[in-house]
Structure formats: structure tokens, C-alpha cells
Ligand binder design. Structure first.
Ligand code: SF4
Length: 172
């Protein structure tokens, strides 16, 4: 179903990582926004960063940071690419890349997206459509809602809580 929502993009744009966290755990997003950042202690996150930095060393055009909000791993002539360690959170990877495509569209640049999972030798194409633009808008509005909350969301166990950097904070 096509989503048509009138929004002021400049007022609701945010970082790519926050859009990613929205799809992983809304509570995690709230902690992260409040400056409670335990990610550097997580080996998985470090591994993910190293994967992005060490894969495809021959790529000519690599990271592109825009407005200090979105940080695209690889920019090519007709596509942008994100490099991820594992596809376990592929729904979050997908919305993050859709957001990047949406962001670029607001800057007058239209490309397709690709998520590379080099360790698994997989790639996934991500195309911005009217429907997926609607998903991005809904995600951005939800991020704003969560950031305005004065308390973190209620605890809800997820299958991946024990791998989350905030595990001790939530369940310790
Ligand atoms: S431990 Fe679980 S509930 Fe807590 S922030 Fe992480 S994913 Fe969310």
C-alpha cells in the first residue's frame, strides 16, 4: 500500500544509526540517544566496524558522511553500499539503507542500494519505492516519538538481548 504522508524532512531527519536501532529495539534507541553508549565494549559491534573497514579494499570511492547524520560505506556511480558483518538484523540494515536512499533523494540524488554481507558472501538489493518511502517516513516519525519520551520503553525480552551491548543495563 502506498503511504503518502506530508512531512517536514528537515525537522525529523536523524542519524542512520538511530533509524537502524529503531528496528532492533526501541529501548536501545532511547539509551543510545541519551548518551548511554556501551557499544564500544561489544565485540560484535567492533567486528562489524572492522568488516566495513577491511572489506573491498580496492574500492575507489569509500565512506561518505553527509550532514554528520548519515555515513555511507561505499558510494558508486549508480549505487550506494553498506557492508555488514551478519544478516541477523537484516530488517534493520534494510531500513537504514532505505533511509540513506531517501536522504539522498532529498538532496536530488537517486541511486539504488546494496547491502553486502562479505562473511556470508551475500548481497541484498534495496530499492526506494513509494511504499518504502512511506516506511522510512513512519520510521522517522517513530524515532522522534521515542526520543521525546522521558523514560525508556518497558522491558521486553528479545531473542538477541544476550548479545546486546545494553544487556547488563536491562537484565543485569
Ligand atoms: S538488552 Fe534487549 S531490551 Fe535491552 S536494549 Fe538490548 S535488545 Fe533492547
Amino acid at each position: 500500500m502506498t503511504q503518502e504522508i506530508d512531512i517536514d524532512f528537515q525537522n525529523i531527519k536523524t542519524t542512520g544509526i538511530k533509524v537502524n536501532y529503531l528496528y532492533i529495539c526501541e529501548r536501545k534507541l532511547w539509551f543510545f540517544d541519551r548518551g548511554i553508549q556501551m557499544e564500544s565494549k561489544s565485540d560484535k559491534v567492533l567486528l562489524g566496524k572492522l568488516t566495513g573497514e577491511s572489506s573491498y579494499p580496492r574500492e575507489q570511492k569509500r565512506e561518505l558522511l553527509i550532514d554528520n547524520l548519515i555515513n555511507i560505506d561505499i558510494v558508486g556511480s549508480d549505487e550506494i553500499r553498506e557492508v555488514k558483518y551478519s544478516n541477523r538484523m537484516r530488517h534493520a540494515d534494510r531500513i537504514q539503507l532505505l533511509y540513506y536512499l531517501y536522504y539522498l533523494k532529498h538532496l536530488g540524488v537517486e541511486k539504488k542500494g546494496v547491502i553486502n554481507y562479505p562473511k556470508m558472501r551475500k548481497r541484498e538489493e534495496v530499492i526506494l519505492t513509494k511504499d518504502s518511502e512511506g516506511e522510512v517516513v513512519i520510521a522517522l516519525l517513530r524515532v522522534q516519538e521515542i526520543l521525546k519520551m522521558d523514560k525508556p520503553l518497558q522491558l521486553q525480552r528479545k531473542s538477541y538481548c544476550n548479545k546486546c551491548a545494553y544487556f547488563e543495563l536491562c537484565w543485569g
